[in-house]
Design a protein around this ligand. Sequence first.
Ligand code: NAP
Ligand code: GDD
Length: 339
Amino acid sequence: MTASKKVALITGITGQDGSYLSELLLEKDYTVHGIVRRTSNLFRSRIEHLRRDESIYGRRLFLHYGDLADNATLGRIIADVQPTELYHLAGQSHVGLSFEIPESTCEEAGMATLRLLEIIRSQTQPVRFYHASTSEIFGNASEVPQTEATPMRPTSPYGCAKTFATQLGQVYRESYGLFVCNGILYNHESPRRGENFVTRKIARAAARIARNLETELLLGNIESQRDWGRAQDYVHAMWLMLQYHTADDYVVATGELHSVRDFVEAAFAIVELPWQKYVKHDPAFDRPTEPGRLVGCSDKIRKILGWKPRGTFSELVREMVEMELAAIDSRETPHELLP
Ligand code: NAP
Ligand code: GDD
């Protein structure tokens, strides 16, 4: 079935990170398998360009139906595909929403990771496993910036589930010698970001207001601060982790903090509009709790794996807003415009 020796399986291939990771691995001559959920719509916007490419789809890229709740199917796919590397990215990833749907969030972000770890433990061939951990495990962080040694103090159901999964990854690595890496990734964005995450929401609204398609932008807490990087750089970090001779955990971050307000100001400056006229506070977008100052120290991955983030905060905002404008002007979705 497989042409090249390196075989990757990606859960969450249709998500922001899954789509960029697929492109990276295909460039590196991997055979890529992805798990997709059954939906009523066959159009999977972020990977549609790959699915339509006859030189790739069905030759080096394969999609399999599966759900994180369906253990038997996950086991069968892994047994059939025999991946050398498994990138586990799937799950409900919205922190605010995790307060509304805590049980399914914890099932997907927590228990599903345990199921996958158990499946790879039972494989006869070794599988290198990447777990999509997050800065949300630090939550009410006891130090700034955070490192791999910072205690985990999550502040949301999502953060709790990711903490559980991160610690399980460590336990399976230490107890059974499995090759398991936790990538402790801080926020990373792109024009492919889901529309209900704050950066995409702002970029999209700034563009739509500039083109007279909308009149206001409703936001929660604009004083919140995050360490925002570029998704394309962060999937490269995932790949680097699985190429090293030993498995470990790594913080992946820019080390720079910006507020939601900074993002708003930069986005509206690009379309030359006064943001104060359009941005309104809507308490519906406030969260019951917010984490502390989440900003990462990525010295370890920079030193050991030679990773570093590229570009600046302003360039990221510009890329996202300009892609939204181009999408409106050409009536395409931003995903379809991407190279
Ligand atoms: P995303 O865009 O929300 O993608 C999530 C993916 O998971 C989608 O492909 C989705 O499929 C799939 N999925 C959700 N529930 C599933 C289920 N029950 N069964 C099978 N597939 C399911 O997330 P992302 O931004 O790419 O992030 C990837 C991972 O990294 C997530 O685990 C996230 O929590 C974590 N993370 C993200 C960041 C960040 O800043 N982006 C930072 C740290 C950690 P559908 O397309 O069908 O919905
Ligand atoms: N989504 C959203 N919508 N967030 C808003 C809004 C709004 O209207 N208004 C203000 N915010 C604030 C949130 O309260 C939060 O403090 C900040 O903007 C960022 O929110 P999100 O973009 O939803 O990202 P997140 O930091 O909660 O979670 C993302 O990053 C994590 C890594 O730190 C997700 O990708 C998680 O999956 C990931 O683990």
